[in-house]
Design a protein around this ligand. Sequence first.
Ligand SMILES: *[C@@H]1O[C@H](CO)[C@@H](O)[C@H](O)[C@H]1NC(C)=O
Ligand SMILES: *[C@@H]1O[C@H](CO)[C@@H](O)[C@H](O)[C@H]1NC(C)=O
Length: 581
Amino acid sequence: MDHVALDVSGTSDSIHDRKRTKSLRRLWNQLSKCQRSCIYTIVIVLTLTVFYLVSTESERTQISLAESANENKKEVLHNIRNDPRDVDTVFHDNDSEGQVLEEPGGLEADSNRNQVLLPPKVVKKFAGPTTARQEAVVKAFKHAWQGYKQFAWGHDHLKPITEGYSDWFGLGLSIVDSIDTIYIMGLTKEYKEAREWIEKHLHFDVNRDVNLFEVTIRVLGGLLSIYHLTQDRMFLTKAVDLADRLLPSFESESGIPYSDVNLFTRKAHAPKWSPDSSTSEVTTIQLEFRDLSRITGNPKYENAVSKVSLHIHNLEKKDGLVPIFINANTGQFRSYATITLGARGDSYYEYLLKQWLQTGKTIDYLRDDYVTSIMGVEKHLTKRTVPNGFLFIGELLVGGKDFKPKMDHLTCYLPGTLALGVHNGLPESHMKLAEELLTTCYQTYAQQPTFLAPEITYFNIQGENSNDMYVKTNDAHNLLRPEYLESLWYVYQLTGNKTYQDWGWQIFQGFENYTKVKNGYTSIGNVKNPLNVRPKDMMESFFLSETLKYLYLLFSDDPKLIDLDTYVINSEAHPLSIYSS
Ligand SMILES: *[C@@H]1O[C@H](CO)[C@@H](O)[C@H](O)[C@H]1NC(C)=O
Ligand SMILES: *[C@@H]1O[C@H](CO)[C@@H](O)[C@H](O)[C@H]1NC(C)=O
């Protein structure tokens, strides 16, 4: 607009002006009628053109002004959250506890596109430990973190005995996986360190094949969870970049994802050892990808994973039970594969229930498939031991023909999932099953002199001797796994029965006595011999992400420290939002 105003303002010499006006009028009178109307036309056209240009320009200016105002607002929010000093506010400023943040716009969900009511954006605050047992768990976390920081910082896992590290995906797994644990425990200094590493050093353009499932539950889940808790958009930006690199996994003929994908070339393929994907892997990525779609308003992530669930829903099953392998090209189960609630089967069942909860109990087939599968478990997989009648879950081999009285420790996640279902209106009878399994899993710990469960336990169903359970030498290791502690926390939160806190405390003592080493905690090779546990020199990221988190939650005075009516927790202990549909 400024240049138009300049043209209008003329010279200040008025005499000169008047002279010029006179000679112009004389010139005008000399023109023919045709010439004059020609000039009129030109003037009118020019005026109209100028008017048009000016008005669109000003419209554009207004839009860009509005945009930059928006940007500023975003920038302010962004800066608030990116300022490391603000971490103190996040932890200690109780005035703004539960403060609802303004919708920043932009990346945020476009409600027209999704038709989903988003939960309010709340920065969640945690005050730190309030019980002596929680303090002990925080001390354990700090001990593990110290060793990781000193010898493995930025690498996936700490090797605490040789004072080294190991890289699996090269994504700083221990940091990304544990940052929400750190936040929930109220560890300000550790939170700053972890956040800064993620912001500056977590890059996904690594030329390496990664496992879709593992990276989804640990890294994508970890980023989304800390984003939900803090509303810090730096984590969301990382999550979007990662998910875009994982998406090519779904470009198979059937839509069932390949197990591996290269984050740099974005090329996906089946695992080297088999043409098949694991059933639990392709069905344990839905919570994370859906959550990302709901946050960003971009439906492509959710579409890819919903298609997988629907495809599997339509396949034939044995009373709701699924074989543990599925071919990404044909989209069919491997027919003679094992049926188990342990490795490669477990979280298929878990995510049926949790997806149903995440979507506000609106997708009926998920609930129905879950309830059917639990009936299948009771019909085909549960048996009792001799002589004490402990209920356990076994496996079916060769596509369902042979029963094997063997239970992975992984299966001990099930009591927690069952209790969560009952809390949400599913059959009461599931609670009885949950409590019995909780007792059996407790026995797998209590019957070992280290008070630590082995990876796999076998059960006595023939009455050949007087032991209910036994452990093979090759199965006697303990990888610091969380599944049983997870179940104890669920059942404790939902029943308030403090016996489960005491059980968790006994197990924690087992970890303290036999897995704690100078620079952290280590997996061990033998739970059967307290005098020689054979340390394996490896601290898995799930020890920080899950095992210590569930212990911390279990020992809280407030069973709803992470409320199961607000959060659905992914398979790697990362809390995500529950939506209304
Ligand atoms: C672990 O150590 C504590 C303290 O020394 C002891 O009371 C407890 O019995 C030990 N537990 C096991 C399973 O060794
Ligand atoms: C708490 O759980 C234990 C172990 O399952 C059980 O023996 C006890 O009866 C329960 N207590 C209550 C009050 O339900």
